[in-house]
Design a protein around this ligand. Structure first.
Ligand SMILES: [Zn+2]
Length: 178
């Protein structure tokens, strides 16, 4: 999944402005005042930030010889697999739930990232190995950089979710105020 969709899916599922806010939402007038939105946005990008953006910066300012994706091997792949493991992301979620409870649900955006990647990556080098390091197994999904239908589908789901969420909040809040 592309980086913009990742951040929006994380925010949609794991912030109070999004689905995690239920009927009440964030309770803030403006969505930018919702701290859970920013935390969910950060955690939704974390797997790629650490496993791809950092190696990309090193590649950019280093001794480049080939294409970044061709040079992305060995240690980079191991780090990529750890950062795209449901096992690790849920472990971090558990830890955060203990030390900073208010961050726990937004931190689940990391797991949402992993689940989204598991169906939008194929069985190649960037397969999402959900249960790494216990197994290298992963779905042979629809690679969004090859099959544009995957891109169209996941971008189409977002507005539908937000329209339904807004309608749900409007109707249930008007029922409450009656
Ligand atoms: Zn990713």
């Amino acid at each position: 999944m592309d980086v913009f969709a990742h951040s929006l899916y994380g925010i949609t599922v794991c912030s109070k402005t999004g689905l995690a806010g239920g009927r009440a939402g964030s309770g803030k007038k403006r969505f930018i005042e919702d701290s859970t939105l920013w935390i969910a946005g950060l955690f939704s990008l974390l797997p790629d930030m650490i496993s791809m953006w950092l190696p990309f910066l090193l590649f950019l300012f280093g001794d480049r010889q080939d294409n970044f994706f061709h040079e992305f091997t060995d240690k980079n792949i191991v780090l990529y697999r750890y950062m795209h493991s449901l096992v690790l992301s849920l472990g971090v979620f558990g830890l955060i739930a203990v030390i900073r409870r208010s961050w726990a649900i937004p931190a689940l955006a990391w797991s949402v990232h992993v689940i989204c990647d598991s169906v939008t990556h194929d069985a190649g080098k960037f397969r999402t190995t959900l249960f790494y390091p216990f197994t290298d197994w992963g779905f042979d999904g629809f690679a969004f950089w090859i099959d544009l239908r995957a891109l169209i589908v996941y971008w189409s789901v977002l507005p539908v979710v937000w329209i339904l969420l807004c309608r749900y909040r409007r109707t249930s809040n008007s029922t409450v105020s009656l």
